[in-house]
Design a protein around this ligand. Sequence first.
Ligand code: ATP
Ligand code: MG
Length: 405
Amino acid sequence: MLLKHGEIFLKGRNRHRFTERLHDNLRIALRGIGGSTWIKDTQNVTVLGGEVPLDALVERARRVVGFASVEPAVRVPSTLDDVTRAGVDALRGLLADRPVRSFAVRSRRRDKQFPLTSSQVDVHVGARVKEALPQLTVDLKRPEVLLSVEIDRKETYLSWTRLPGLSGLPVGSSGRALVLLSGGYDSPVAAHRAMRRGLSCDFVHFNGAPYTNPSSVYKAYALARELNRCQPPGRLHVIALGKAQKQLAVAGAGRLQVVAQRRLMVRTASALAARTRAEALVTGDSLGQVASQTLANMAAVDEAASLPVLRPLVGWDKQEIIDEAHAIGTAGISVLPDEDCCQLLAPPRVSTRAGLPQLRAVERRLDLDEVVAVLLDHVQVMVPGDGAEQSVSGPSCATPVPVSS
Ligand code: ATP
Ligand code: MG
């Protein structure tokens, strides 16, 4: 199987670093597949094979960020005869399966000692295919089947099915982030985008405990597990915010309640990020989507964070976000009902221009450092992931385990 690299090949001198990361991630994604596998690196393409069903291999490879396409392939010795025969066989096999009218051959020579240039190979293989299967025509612009031929020194790979991969940069190559993960549509999509730009993501979810039921925690867990399919599993931190929310309300937050809560979330997340070694926070905000996401309110939230707050969805419409949530498999979880902590104590009208002086006045009535310390003392940490399901610390465990990877 050929895994064609995405943006990595643009990375010049650093390319080997990106490729190593990509292959580490691929190896992690292949864990527990139930048979031996091997990876071979050629320039801009990774060759993956193994003693496991092809479907399983394809499924695992397609979730690894950094591959532009995943192409099941056959391997033959690098001689013109072998390559030509394999090309004819491939198209004959396809024709036996479904009606095909047009095809094209596109080859690439990585070994310049091969006696023919790549365009000569295209012409040669194309002509032999047409001889053997006269019902086929060559269409270089819009072929129904594109036979791709990758010629290496000893081996040549032929492929004719191109499954799109996730593209992007290998997870981890841009550093670590902490995603504020709610149960809604937006934040999981934002996390997925962040991962595709090379960020290794841990998650933090705030719930309204002790005043809400745990439904939002179950959703956050299921969402993080789904997202972890595309990265070496990140940790989910769950923090019970209910009492602190009530403290803000008692301090007279009023119409500022939602923004004050959001500030407390990023303050707490910034402190937590020091433990998880995250260099940025990620949220699912989209400019103007709801009253709490106006420019003024975003600025007020940023002011409380000690790390950059990345908002991958800032320019996305809600419908675009929901469509993407369906595409990445999180929509079915996000749609489930829950008791979200933001609904708890939400004022009938949220201020669209929360002023910093008023916010600070409310916050001064609390000992914020103490509030954050208490929240972090009771954080629950887990690693939602396929198979390797593992709880790092239970509800009774006071201190999260520092991330060591
Ligand atoms: P989402 O669909 O992600 O829930 P939303 O449209 O409901 O977003 P808000 O509730 O205003 O928007 O939340 C904005 C962002 O703040 C979320 O995308 C998320 O990153 C963060 N956030 C909100 N609530 C929580 C929570 N309970 N736990 C963690 N992060 C949260
Ligand atoms: Mg929400």
